[in-house]
Design a protein. Structure first.
Length: 102
C-alpha cells in the first residue's frame, strides 16, 4: 500500500465517520428540502420491478457493463493446468498455453 493510497483511505474513513456522526442532521435536511418525498415518488413511478428486470436483461443481452466483463476475465482459470490467471495476458503464466478467450 503506497503512502498516497493510505492518505486516500484515511480521508475516506474520516469522511465516513463525519457523515455517520451527522447522519441524523443530513436526513432531516434532506427531508426539509423535499428530496426524500421526491425520491419516493420517482421510485414508485419509474423504478418498478418490471423496469429493473428490463434494464438487467438489456445489460445482459448487450454484453454487460465493462466492469462485470473485466471481473469475469480476471478470475478465469487455465483449461490445461487449472492455474488461476490474474493477468489479462493471452498466455497462461504457469504452463504457457494460449488462452482460448484471449
Ligand atoms: Zn496453464
Amino acid at each position: 500500500m503506497t503512502p498516497g493510497l493510505k492518505k486516500i483511505v484515511l480521508l475516506a474513513i474520516l469522511a465516513v465517520v463525519v457523515f455517520l456522526a451527522n447522519a441524523r442532521s443530513v436526513v432531516e435536511w434532506l427531508d426539509q428540502a423535499g428530496v426524500i418525498v421526491w425520491a419516493q415518488h420517482v421510485r414508485s413511478e419509474y423504478v418498478t420491478g418490471t423496469a429493473i428486470t428490463v434494464i438487467l436483461a438489456m445489460l445482459f443481452l448487450l454484453g454487460g457493463p465493462p466492469i462485470i466483463a473485466r471481473c469475469a476475465r480476471i478470475f478465469r482459470r487455465c483449461p490445461v493446468c487449472g492455474q488461476k490467471s490474474l493477468s489479462e495476458g493471452r498466455y497462461c503464466g504457469a504452463c504457457g498455453r494460449r488462452s482460448p478467450h484471449g
